[in-house]
Design a protein around this ligand. Structure first.
Ligand code: ADP
Length: 164
């Protein structure tokens, strides 16, 4: 039997947006399984949501995709984590030119670290090219409406967070 194709989609997901969801959905056309992996960096944690909150939000947001999407977190090198879970491919999204340099560097470094692991870049969905978790937080913080940009469960959590 052919080995199942597993991709890991790493990120901060602070919080998950419709841009991320779009990428997951499109990745499922190529891979048998997509592991959404929240990166944990204990030395530099300036995230709005705790890891537990992010895990719960992502799990709820991808529930509709069923068992082909798994949600997890990892600490340390992504290449080690990918190997552990049997992923052959890292998925990253590209929005604008500004994403390119950082993503390019990281992909090259990851290839140095593990030549068998490939990074696949997916172009953002047309209507999401300006969408980032950072911008969503900024807009909510200023009282703006982000209901078109994040899943419903995330919208609720964002509102609650900023009402705190
Ligand atoms: P990181 O902190 O690792 O950049 P993010 O959670 O911000 O993590 O993003 C994870 C991945 O998803 C990155 O590759 C990022 O470029 C991509 N991404 C984020 N928002 C979008 C979007 N609107 N369209 C396409 N890709 C996106």
């Amino acid at each position: 039997m052919a080995r199942s194709k597993i991709a890991v989609y790493p990120g901060s997901f602070d919080p998950i947006t419709n841009g991320h969801i779009d990428l997951i959905k499109r990745s499922l056309r190529i891979f048998d399984q997509v592991i959404v992996a929240i990166a944990v960096n204990p030395n530099k944690d300036d995230s709005l949501f705790s890891l537990e909150e992010r895990l719960a939000m992502v799990r709820e947001a991808v529930k509709g995709f069923g068992s082909r999407v798994r949600v997890d977190s990892f600490e340390g090198l992504l290449v080690n984590y990918a190997q552990q879970i049997g992923a052959q491919v890292i998925i990253r999204g590209l929005r604008a030119v500004s994403d390119f340099e950082y993503e390019f560097q990281m992909a090259m470094m990851n290839r140095e670290l593990n030549t068998r692991l490939e990074t696949l870049f997916m172009m953002t969905g047309g209507s999401y090219f300006y969408l980032s978790s950072r911008l969503v937080k900024e807009v909510v913080g200023l009282g703006g409406d982000v209901s078109g940009f994040v899943p419903k469960n995330v919208l609720k959590k964002l509102k609650a967070k900023f009402d705190e």
